[in-house]
Design a protein around this ligand. Structure first.
Ligand SMILES: Nc1ncnc2c1ncn2[C@@H]1O[C@H](COP(=O)(O)OP(=O)(O)OP(=O)(O)O)[C@@H](O)[C@H]1O
Ligand SMILES: [Mg+2]
Length: 293
């Protein structure tokens, strides 16, 4: 499955047989069914319709799911060691320092009562032990590294005084403080307009490439994923239906991926009516991951 990948001998993340269920017994919903994939130093796009399990996948890696969720996996290796069996205490170490997460709306992740500079400062003290002048210099450096033009001014602002695009830059800066090996970004640009989105993607691309980070980029936007990512996992109903290099998307084989492509509006080939995506029940697997047909 991973033969065409270019990455170091040990992948940053190696997932085998990942399953997530919400609830118990007859009421249980299987949100992830037997997922397996590797992540190297690359931009891996997770694409699929709403409800296909993209966010659940991101959260399962960090074990950030509600109590009612049951996670199981044959292997969940982070840099060669199995975090599938890690305790909550060990996961606390990993979250935020080794594996960072960026969500759609920075408003919910930032503390509205605290100046931006102080929020980044908390991460700088926590992860790097810096205090005083050293700390302030580092905060300004982080703001500068995400191309915020006037770091001194932004340092003094409160979250309600900044735009969505700047909020995402600040979230990226905070995530980078700890120098994570992996970043999981769940629809990080969905709330932004086209120009700001393009700038943010350029920034993210530059940063992850320069720092050798493995990026899991979750989006429902196939077009965006094709342009931005190196490799794509196409999800449907909690499964990976197809895995392919982003550059080969137009040659996708699975009928679901083909259907997604054909149901996207194209400027260069306008049609009167877009085809409706037809789903085949045979694509569904049972909860244990085997095909249900
Ligand atoms: N806390 C929860 N409790 C019960 N079911 C859940 C919970 N979170 C997600 N699910 C279910 O798991 C499945 C996958 O949801 P998930 O949020 O991962 O999809 P998604 O691909 O991220 O969708 P979207 O594009 O809308 O963000 C859905 O069927 C959803 O209803
Ligand atoms: Mg989601």
């Amino acid at each position: 499955m991973t033969g065409h990948q270019k990455h170091d001998a040990v992948p940053l993340l190696s997932v085998r047989g990942l399953c997530v269920r919400f609830g118990n017994g007859n009421e249980a919903v299987a949100a992830l069914r037997n997922l397996s994939f590797d992540l190297g130093k690359e931009k891996l796009g997770i694409v699929g319709e709403s409800g296909s399990g993209k966010s659940t996948l991101g959260r399962a890696i960090l074990k950030l799911l509600p109590r009612m969720a049951t996670i199981s996996a044959d292997r969940l290796d982070f840099c060669g060691s199995d975090i599938g069996k890690a305790s909550e205490r060990q996961m606390l170490q990993i979250r935020g320092s080794q594996i960072g997460m960026i969500l759609q709306d920075p408003k919910y992740a930032l503390d509205p009562t605290m100046k931006i500079g102080h929020q980044i400062g908390e991460a700088v003290t926590l992860h790097l032990g810096k205090r005083g002048k050293d700390k302030k210099t580092h905060i300004l450096k982080m703001l500068d590294s995400v191309k915020i033009r006037d770091p001194q001014r932004v340092y003094e602002l409160y979250p309600h005084q900044i735009s969505g695009g700047m909020g995402q830059r600040i979230m990226i800066a905070m995530t980078l403080v700890a120098q994570p090996k992996i970043i999981i970004a769940d629809e990080p640009t969905s709330a932004l307009d086209v120009t700001v989105r393009r700038q943010l993607l350029e920034l993210l691309d530059e940063l992850v490439t320069a720092r050798g980070i493995g990026l899991i980029f979750i989006t429902h936007d196939l077009d965006l994923a094709e342009g931005f990512c190196d490799r794509l996992l196409i999800m449907y109903s909690g499964q990976i239906l197809e895995e392919l290099p982003a550059s080969s998307l137009s040659n996708a084989k699975h009928p679901y991926t083909r259907g997604l492509l054909e149901s996207m509006p194209r400027l260069e080939a306008p049609t009167e009516r877009l085809p409706v995506l037809v789903r085949d029940p045979a694509w569904q697997r049972d909860v244990n991951g085997s095909l249900s047909q």
